[in-house]
Design a protein around this ligand. Structure first.
Ligand code: SF4
Length: 462
C-alpha cells in the first residue's frame, strides 16, 4: 500500500489492469483496458509511460473516449457546440443550458501526436493551404474535412480580436469551407489609463471597466444564440449555477496543482497533470465524470503525500513549465531528465482561476475571458509566470515552443528576461513538434543541461 508508485508502459498496464480487476476494480462507463485505444489508432500510447493508479487509468480512459461520448450525445439528440480559441469561457455558458455540450475542436491539435500521424489531419490542412508555417492547431481543419473524429457541431463559436494570427486564419478558412462561425470579440487587454475606472481580474490582473463591459455584452450576445439552440433562455440564475459548477472543478484543480507542486516528493507525473489541467476548459464533454476523475486524483495524491511516496526522486529539479507540448511523450522525457513540475502555464490559466461569484455571472465570465494570458501582453504573462514560479519554489523554467505558432515568436524572450530579472534561475527553450522523436535527442540534452545547472545552483546556495 505504501510502495512507491511506478510508471508503466502499455504492456505494464495490461498486467496492472488484470490485477486491478481481480482485486475488484469497478470501471466507470468510459473505463476498460488502455490497450483498446491503440486498436482505435492511438498508437502513441505504445511509447508513453503512465502513472499506475486506478485514478490515472480513469483519467486516460476519460480523455481517450471523448469522441465516442460526443457521437453518443449526438445520437441521443443533444446539441453540440464547438467552442474555439477562448479556452474556458464559452463552455461555461453552454453547459449552463440543459441538453447542450461544448467541446474544443482545437483539441484536434493533439490527434496527429496521439495517432502518430496516421490520421492524415495535417496533410488535409496542407491541402487546404494551411501548411506547416502554421501551428499544429491546423489539424482541426483536417478533422472537419475528414469527419472521422468529432461530430460536426450544431454551432461553432470563436473569439476574434486579441487572437493569434494562426487561429484567425485557420478559423476563417473553416468558415469559408461552409462551417459558419458565430464570432465574438475579445479586445487586447490593456492597462487602465491613469484615473480610468478599472476592474480586478481573476488571477491578479486588472482591466479597464469599459473593456469588461464590452466583453460582457459580447457574451450576452453569444448567450442569446445558445438559448435559441437549446430552446431555453440562458438567464442569470442558470448561468450562476453554471459558474458555481465551473468553480467546483476549478477548486479541485487548484487543490491538485498545489499538492503536486508543493509536495516534497512529486505525487503525480507531469503527463497526467497536464491532462488533468486540460479538463478545466470544457470538462472533456462530461462535467460529472470530470468531477469524479479529479476527486480520484485528489484522493490518490493525498494518499501518496501522506506516506511520502511519489513518481520522481526527492531531489528532482523543481521546474516551472510554460506552454503545452504538442508531443505528449516530452513530459515523460522531462522526468527522465531529472525534473518534476512545480508550476505550469499551459496557456489557459484563466480557465483554472476561480470565477468571481460576487458579481453577475456574465460579468464574471467577461473578467475571466479578459484574464486570458493570450489576450494580453507577453509581459503580463511573464509577470504571472515569475510570480507563480517564486510561489512554488521553482529552480528552473522550461519554455516549450510550438512549431509554427505565431504566439511563440517573441514571448520566450520576454519570459526569459523577466525570469532572469526576478528569479535568476536557469531557463531553457525547447521546440516540441507533434511527433518529437527525431528532435528528442536535442531537447533531452538541453533538459539535462538545465537540470545540471539547477543542481549546481542548489549546491552553491547551501
Ligand atoms: S498554440 Fe499559439 S499560435 Fe497556436 S493557436 Fe494557440 S495561441 Fe495560436
Amino acid at each position: 500500500m505504501n510502495a512507491p508508485p511506478a510508471l508503466l508502459t502499455l504492456d505494464g498496464w495490461d498486467r496492472r489492469y488484470e490485477e486491478l480487476r481481480r482485486e475488484g476494480l469497478l470501471d466507470p462507463a468510459c473505463g476498460g483496458p488502455l490497450r483498446r485505444h491503440v486498436e482505435d489508432g492511438d498508437r502513441r500510447l505504445l511509447r508513453l509511460h503512465f502513472d499506475d493508479s486506478p485514478a490515472a487509468l480513469r483519467l486516460w480512459n476519460f480523455l481517450l473516449t471523448e469522441e465516442d461520448r460526443l457521437h453518443a450525445l449526438r445520437a441521443r439528440g443533444g446539441k453540440i457546440v464547438g467552442a474555439m480559441k477562448d479556452l474556458g469561457t464559452v463552455p461555461v455558458l453552454a453547459y449552463s443550458l440543459p441538453g447542450v455540450t461544448a467541446f474544443y475542436p482545437d483539441g484536434a491539435w493533439w490527434t496527429p501526436c496521439v495517432m502518430e500521424m496516421s490520421d492524415e489531419l495535417l496533410h488535409e490542412a496542407d491541402r487546404l493551404g494551411i501548411d506547416e508555417t502554421f501551428c499544429p492547431v491546423r489539424a482541426m481543419l483536417g478533422a472537419f474535412v475528414t469527419r472521422r473524429h468529432f461530430p460536426i457541431p450544431d454551432l461553432l463559436v470563436c473569439s476574434a480580436g486579441a487572437v493569434c494570427d494562426d487561429f484567425s486564419a485557420i478559423a476563417q478558412r473553416l468558415n469559408g469551407l461552409g462551417h459558419p462561425i458565430l464570432w465574438w470579440e475579445i479586445p487586447h487587454r490593456r492597462a487602465p489609463d491613469p484615473g480610468e475606472p478599472s476592474v480586478p481580474l481573476p488571477g491578479g490582473g486588472v482591466a479597464p471597466r469599459s473593456q469588461v463591459a464590452f466583453v460582457e455584452r459580447e457574451l450576452r450576445r453569444v448567450g442569446e444564440v445558445l438559448s435559441r439552440l437549446a430552446d431555453v433562455p440562458l438567464d442569470e440564475a442558470r448561468l450562476a449555477a453554471g459558474v458555481r459548477r465551473a468553480n467546483g472543478i476549478r477548486r479541485r484543480l487548484r487543490a491538485l496543482r498545489e499538492r503536486v507542486f508543493t509536495a516534497p516528493v512529486a505525487p503525480l507525473p507531469a503527463l497526467e497533470l497536464l491532462i488533468a489541467e486540460m479538463l478545466a476548459i470544457h470538462y472533456c464533454s462530461d462535467p460529472a465524470e470530470t468531477e469524479a476523475v479529479l476527486d480520484a486524483l485528489l484522493a490518490e495524491t493525498a494518499r501518496r503525500v501522506a506516506v511520502g511516496v511519489g513518481i520522481a526522486p526527492a531531489d528532482a529539479v523543481r521546474v516551472f513549465w510554460v506552454n503545452p507540448v504538442a508531443d505528449l511523450r516530452m513530459m515523460n522525457r522531462f522526468e527522465a531528465a531529472g525534473g518534476r513540475l512545480c508550476g505550469t502555464d499551459f496557456m489557459f490559466s484563466h480557465a483554472l482561476d476561480e470565477l468571481p461569484e460576487d458579481v453577475g455571472p456574465f460579468a464574471a465570465l467577461a473578467r475571466a475571458a479578459l484574464a486570458d494570458p493570450m489576450a494580453g501582453s507577453a509581459g503580463d504573462r511573464a509577470d504571472r509566470i515569475a510570480r507563480d514560479a517564486i510561489r512554488f519554489g521553482a529552480e528552473a523554467v522550461v519554455v516549450s515552443r510550438i512549431p509554427g505558432a505565431s504566439h511563440c515568436a517573441t514571448e520566450g524572450g520576454r519570459i526569459a528576461e523577466r525570469v532572469r530579472q526576478t528569479l535568476g534561475i536557469p531557463l531553457v527553450e525547447i521546440e516540441v513538434p507533434p511527433l518529437g522523436d527525431a528532435t528528442a535527442p536535442v531537447a533531452e540534452t538541453r533538459l539535462e543541461a538545465l537540470m545540471e545547472t539547477a543542481r549546481a545552483r542548489r549546491k552553491e546556495s547551501r
